[in-house]
Design a protein around this ligand. Structure first.
Ligand SMILES: Nc1nc2c(c(=O)[nH]1)N[C@H]1C(S)=C(S)[C@@H](COP(=O)(O)OP(=O)(O)OC[C@H]3O[C@@H](n4cnc5c(=O)[nH]c(N)nc54)[C@H](O)[C@@H]3O)O[C@H]1N2
Ligand SMILES: Nc1nc2c(c(=O)[nH]1)N[C@H]1C(S)=C(S)[C@@H](COP(=O)(O)OP(=O)(O)OC[C@H]3O[C@@H](n4cnc5c(=O)[nH]c(N)nc54)[C@H](O)[C@@H]3O)O[C@H]1N2
Ligand code: SF4
Ligand SMILES: [Mo]
Length: 701
């Protein structure tokens, strides 16, 4: 692609270079064809063990992102006359001055760092080096999108199984896709489900919407949002009553089956059908298929079951269903994959105290000595605005646009405006970046070296890969470069001795016996590494829980005053509110954030190649529900919660549940997070409620 930017330098010869995409979390292997120093084509890398040649429109549009005319590639300082470009030396001087001042005046905890998806999932080691900086500075207050995404699921599985096990989709005889629309959000996972189907697997889907997977499914349970725990308990009850569970596995490896059976018995098919809206016979059939299959696994969405009052319990249910059917550590069930061994990068012993929220949500901070090392983001805006329990006066935002993507973003916006110092590292001047005192220009994934060591953590794929630096654009630097250099400039050279990112990553890789040079010498920049562990729990003599068993009943939860066995609970604003006239004030259920293939969260709306696939935020709802409010296809629709309203375009879908509205997130001019709110939904993790709220609609102006 020809560039109008004068500041682009190609660093590799003409020909094809293989690297790893990072336009979304999954890291597909891609081939970048360079001609005359410019990108001519991008294609999927068929030999990549994880993505097997898949590449999506976002990946294909990577050059347009890198070369976009609005991209900012020099550091900038905000002055009374507006933004002024400065050099990196000045930018580091400003950072050192302000960070030192904040620490001297208020203590290290007064600095918060907010981490977005591109850094969080850019590679385990990237985020670990960022956290190393925070540890040495002394602040425990790292925040990230994990306060609303994924961590809840990880904790739920660890509390139950001892480790975060993942579904072995492509080898499974029965795949249950639960709150997950991988055709939009995870094309490589969709590819794996298709592969399983080709081999004859049965496909079950649990989703309030008819997704492409639901269309292909043998059985689709169209569940009312926020009622998945009830549905799971109903399925467990059928498995227990009809003796379909794996008795031998349960007796040998699980704790608390009796207590589970007692709770499940309260969830008869009739009760569950009335809570979930799913017909009783479909619930029973799903239970029979899942329990009867030679192997079965659940492909759970990354946040759709988390963002509820019973977020953690939803994830516990997923793990429990795997366990009582004996699909643990088995081909086609849940498996563990060995991880790339890394040198210790974090230095938590140096940080001062615990992060915000560790007292209220101890399991979000740590499970059985396993520290996750971050605060609950939903507490951040209020803490900044009130200085309660202590002041937070400075912040660095690394690859995130929380004003739009975090619930309660507008409150956070006010909080950011009140800070003594805010630096934002991004590619573009986002609504969050406009609030900064200092803008730091980040490199895209085509401009950085990175270690991709997460395939074993996220998927059942033992693989290690890398990103290669193909271009330099202006003065943009990679996030990893930035945090290492900031460490040195702060006087932490002893802990950041590396001359380059490659050297730092080589240090990280030492225990694995690998090096970045070794990976770079491979044509793919990566290779299969490690193993999928089958029957692992037997060899180790148990699971990594305190009881060494799978904990269907969780003593840890009981001790903290939570339900030791999952139970259904309505989200507070999901309960129908009746006003004086007897009419429900907010009669519809609101679920937010269903993904569209072409956009990642708040990104890409200005990338023409992607934007032309859909320029408007679309509110999905049933034609009859819309008609009752006088709304037709494509009309403006105003969606209101007690927190405010947002206007989108109506998209009428015959297959939608009549009392459900589904809204996308990430739109700057119609941000759904203006009507969500940062209040705590899940009492165990502090997660907000984004997928089972109440709303009402009217025709928009
Ligand atoms: N194109 C694109 N891909 C992305 C992203 C993106 O923004 N764009 N974001 C990435 C990130 S960070 C994440 S976390 C993942 C998210 O990935 P997922 O969590 O898998 O999100 P979706 O693929 O939208 O699928 C969620 C599905 O859950 C359904 N759902 C909503 N509420 C409920 C409920 O209460 N119960 C059940 N059972 N289902 C419900 C929705 O109808 C939807 O079909 O996607 C990642 N991939
Ligand atoms: N209502 C509602 N809200 C949601 C969700 C939902 O389902 N419903 N989903 C939530 C989820 S699961 C997530 S993960 C969050 C995501 O929240 P965010 O991580 O804030 O999402 P993005 O909008 O992708 O913001 C990433 C920013 O990083 C910039 N960027 C891209 N690449 C790089 C890079 O390499 N380095 C740097 N420094 N910057 C880069 C982009 O330009 C963009 O501004 O959104 C959440 N928000
Ligand atoms: S799914 Fe698309 S955007 Fe995500 S890593 Fe793969 S090619 Fe890139
Ligand atoms: Mo996410």
């Amino acid at each position: 692609m020809e560039s109008t930017r004068p500041d682009v330098k190609c660093l590799v010869p003409d020909g094809v270079t293989k690297t790893t995409c990072m336009q979304c979390p999954w890291g597909c292997g891609i081939e970048v064809a360079i001609e005359g120093g410019a990108i001519a084509r991008i294609a999927g890398n068929k030999s990549h063990l994880f993505s097997k040649g898949i590449v999506c429109p976002k990946g294909l549009a990577s050059p347009e992102v890198m070369l976009h005319p609005d991209r900012i590639t020099t550091p900038m300082r905000r002055t009374s006359e507006g933004w002024q470009p400065i050099g990196w030396d000045d930018a580091y001087d400003i950072l050192v001055e302000n960070l030192t001042k904040i620490k001297d005046e208020y203590g290290p905890k007064a600095l918060a760092v907010a981490i977005g998806m591109p850094v969080l999932l850019g590679g385990n080691s990237t985020v670990s080096f960022l956290r190393r900086f925070c540890d040495i500075y002394g602040t425990p207050n790292c925040f990230s999108v994990e306060s609303i995404c994924f961590r809840c699921q990880i904790i739920g599985r660890i509390l139950t199984l001892g480790t975060y096990q993942v579904p072995d989709i492509d080898n499974s005889a029965c795949v249950l896709v639960w709150g997950n629309n991988p055709d939009a959000s995870a094309p490589p996972t969709a590819g794996r489900v298709r592969e399983a189907l080709r081999k004859g697997a049965t496909l079950l889907v649990i989703d309030p919407r008819v997704t492409p997977m639901a269309e292909k499914a043998h059985l689709h349970l169209q569940v009312r949002p926020g009622t998945d725990t009830a549905l799971a308990l109903g399925m467990m009850n059928v498995m227990i009553v009809e003796d379909l569970y794996d008795r031998e596995f349960v007796e040998r490896w699980t704790l608390g089956f009796g207590e589970l059976a007692k709770v499940a018995a309260e969830y008869s098919l009739e009760t569950v059908a009335s809570i979930t809206g799913v017909p009783a016979e479909k619930i029973a059939e799903a239970a029979r298929i899942f329990a009867g299959a030679p192997s079965a696994c659940i492909a759970q969405g990354t946040n759709s079951l988390d963002q509820h009052t019973i977020g953690l319990q939803n994830s516990r249910c997923v793990a429990i269903l795997q366990a009582i059917t004996g699909n643990i550590d088995t081909t086609g069930g849940f498996v563990s994959t060995s991880k790339v061994a890394l040198s210790p990068i974090r230095m938590p012993e140096k940080m001062e105290g615990e992060p915000l929220g560790a007292d209220r949500f101890p399991l979000f901070n740590e499970v059985w000595g396993r520290n996750f090392g971050e605060g609950q983001s939903m507490l951040l805006a209020d803490t900044i605005l009130t200085s309660d329990p202590y002041p937070i006066r400075g912040m660095i935002v690394s690859a995130s646009n929380p004003v739009i993507t975090w619930p309660g973003g507008r409150k956070l916006e006010r909080a950011l405006e009140s800070l003594d110092f805010l630096a934002v590292m991004d590619l573009f001047m986002t609504p969050t970046a406009t609030k900064a005192h200092l803008f730091l220009p980040a490199a895209t994934y085509l401009e950085r070296v990175e270690l991709c060591d997460y395939y074993g953590t996220l998927h059942a794929v033992p693989y290690v890969g890398m990103r290669r630096k193909l271009f330099q654009v202006g003065d943009a630097v990679s996030d990893l470069d930035f945090w290492i250099e900031l460490g040195r400039r702060m006087g932490y050279g002893k802990w950041f001795p590396w001359e380059s990112v490659t050297e730092a990553l080589d240090y990280a890789l030492e225990p694995s016996g690998l090096s970045m040079g070794q990976l770079d010498a491979l044509p793919d920049g990566g290779m299969p590494f490690g193993t999928v562990r089958l029957g692992y729990s037997e060899k180790k003599g148990g699971f990594a829980t305190p009881s060494r068993k799978i904990e269907l009943y969780s003593e840890t939860l009981a001790e903290l005053g939570h339900d030791p066995v999952p139970r259904h609970k309505e989200s507070p604003d999901q309960i129908v509110v009746t006003d004086a006239t007897g009419e429900t004030e907010y009669p519809l259920i609101l679920t937010t954030g269903a993904r569209t293939l072409q956009y990642l969260h708040s990104q890409h709306r200005d990338i023409e190649k992607l934007a032309k696939r859909g320029r408007d935020p679309l509110a999905e709802l049933h034609p009859a529900t819309a008609a009752a409010a006088g709304i037709g296809e494509g009309d403006a629709i105003e969606i209101e919660t007690p927190l405010g309203s947002v206007t989108m375009k109506a998209r009428l879908i015959e297959s939608m549940l009549p009392d459900v509205v589904s809204l996308p997130h990430g739109w700057n001019d119609a941000s759904v997070n203006d009507i969500t709110g940062d209040y705590i939904g899940d009492p165990i993790t502090g997660y907000p409620i984004l997928k089972s709220k109440r709303c009402r609609i009217r025709a928009g102006a």
